[in-house]
Write a protein that binds this ligand. Structure first.
Ligand code: ATP
Length: 471
């Protein structure tokens, strides 16, 4: 298992997907930098999400709120008082650990366990720190990054890097009502950074201190929350399928009442079988009217909704599907990572869906020193690039090496211009005026499929349509 994860991490670094943050200075724990292919993959995932949940729908509105918010937002939301994880310290090294994680590692079920119960369990079981030393008492540790706004560092200037994007939507609920006049049910959607001072970041980009979330706050009449909950429950599964993730690796976990967050009346976690175990990928929560009510009370603003039809005023309830973008990226990479054998050689590659692969098509001339081949290949490349964007030109090394390189980064289709193409070009040019067709209509290229390794001849004129049909 561990080797498998190491292989994915190594591939990500080697091929320019993901690098350790601030690496030339020895790194910064819990931070990761996305390289050229990583950012392309991430952007494709974001676009797929945004299309599904915002632009394809009539009931969803996008927002992009500031990361820094008035500290009162976080007081009202409950984060200043309660956004914490149980921390325990190595008495000798003073290294800090998540108490619940140490207990889980020792085989203890921590569901519903209070802080005191964790303390007792650690002592009773004689659990030591990973360095073998005694542990101190378990205490709560607030995970928000605190900072000061402006030149004066006093209590009034305190702000926090947002630990979730959600609150940026709740505080803009009234602005959207007043500007867009939506009818309930409707949702707000946002993609953006969130920051958590995780006690123990780990498992690559699974648990980091800076990450992206894609969140929806969907507002409904209090009587209709169950319908919306079920709708998003199935939408989560369809989105995961759209990403090309195997559905049998995604599991629902109904959160027990005693483990629900303070704002939630019902939560389902969607877990994925990561190489390091079954862990939370997404959450779906029924947040009731907790947030709008808290913000209305704390700000003194009326955040209610007036229903024109029934002439009634009420505080909407909220369903929140929350998607971690980095965990999505990791699930996509874990699911796509594959090893097989081609021509007696080991092949390590990514079976990424054509919908999100950083490079959709790679175009090559069979030989790079034949100007006729290169000329046609360049033309095919630029036509495809105009249409799809995610197209690369690759003339390095021999064809076998190029295929291997493209397989490694998950490129689903490789197009090669060869001598047969040139024959077609010549014939088409000769017959062009007589037949009234232009050169390029009859000439063909090979298209090679990543997963099967099979090749097929396709007319250049049909290439874009063919590829489009495969996305
Ligand atoms: P966990 O229990 O794993 O710490 P959580 O229940 O605190 O997660 P939520 O508060 O529900 O997570 O956050 C919503 C989503 O944000 C999660 O489902 C996950 O995809 C993502 N997420 C949360 N914390 C992190 C993190 N430290 N690194 C990367 N993604 C995260």
């Amino acid at each position: 298992m561990a080797i498998y994860m190491e292989n994915i991490i190594a591939l990500c670094k080697r091929k320019g997907f993901i690098f350790p943050g601030s690496e030339i200075y020895g790194g910064l724990s819990g931070t990761w930098d996305y390289g050229p292919l990583g950012v392309a993959l991430k952007n494709n995932i974001k676009s797929l999400w945004w299309k599904r949940f915002v632009t394809d729908r009539e009931d969803m509105f996008g927002v992009d709120a500031a990361i820094l918010m008035n500290q009162n937002v976080w007081k009202a939301s409950g984060h200043v008082g309660g956004f914490s994880d149980p921390l325990v310290e190595d008495a000798k090294t003073h290294k800090r650990y998540r108490a619940d994680h140490l207990l889980e590692d020792a085989g203890v079920d921590v569901k519903g366990m209070s802080l005191d119960a964790m303390d007792v369990a650690i002592k009773e079981k004689g659990i030591k720190s990973p360095d073998g030393n005694a542990l101190g008492d378990v205490r709560q540790f607030n995970m928000m990054f605190k900072t000061h706004i402006g030149p004066v560092a006093d209590d009034d200037s305190i702000s926090y890097l947002r630990p979730e994007t959600a609150q940026g939507m709740f505080v803009n609920f009234k602005n959207v009502l007043d500007s867009m006049h939506p009818k309930i049910p409707f949702g707000l959607a946002q993609i953006g950074k969130a920051f958590r001072n995780e006690i123990a970041p780990r498992d690559f980009i699974f648990r980091s201190r800076e990450f992206d979330q894609m969140e929806i706050e969907y507002f409904v009449h209090p009587d209709n929350w169950q319908d919306a909950f079920e709708h998003f429950r199935s939408q989560v599964h369809s989105f995961v399928a759209d990403l090309g993730i195997r559905s049998d690796r995604v599991h629902e976990l109904e959160i027990a009442p005693e483990d629900l967050a303070h704002y939630s009346k019902r939560t389902i976690d969607f877990e994925y079988d990561f190489p390091f175990g079954k862990k939370e990928l997404y959450g779906l929560a029924y947040r009731t009217d907790f947030d709008l009510k808290s913000h209305a009370d704390a700000s003194g603003q009326d955040l209610s909704y007036f229903d024109e039809e029934s002439k009634t005023r009420y505080l909407p309830h909220c369903i929140e599907p929350s998607f971690g973008l980095d965990r999505t990226t990791l699930a996509v990479l874990s699911d796509a990572y594959a090893v097989d054998e081609v021509g007696g050689e080991k092949r390590e590659y990514l079976k990424l869906s054509p919908k999100i692969a950083p490079v959709l098509v790679s175009v090559s001339p069979l030989l790079k020193n034949k100007p006729e081949l290169v000329g046609v290949a360049r033309k095919v490349y630029s036509d495809l690039k105009k249409k799809f964007g995610r197209v690369s030109f690759d003339d390095n090394g021999n064809i076998g090496k190029r295929y291997r390189r493209q397989d490694e980064i998950g490129t689903p289709f490789c197009v090669v211009v060869d001598f047969e193409t040139l024959e077609g070009v010549k014939e088409a040019a000769a017959g062009a005026s007589a037949a009234g067709i232009s050169a390029g209509m009859t000439d063909t290229v090979t298209i090679r499929y990543r997963d099967s390794g099979e090749q097929e001849r396709v007319a250049i004129a049909d290439l874009a349509t063919k590829i489009e049909g495969l996305i």
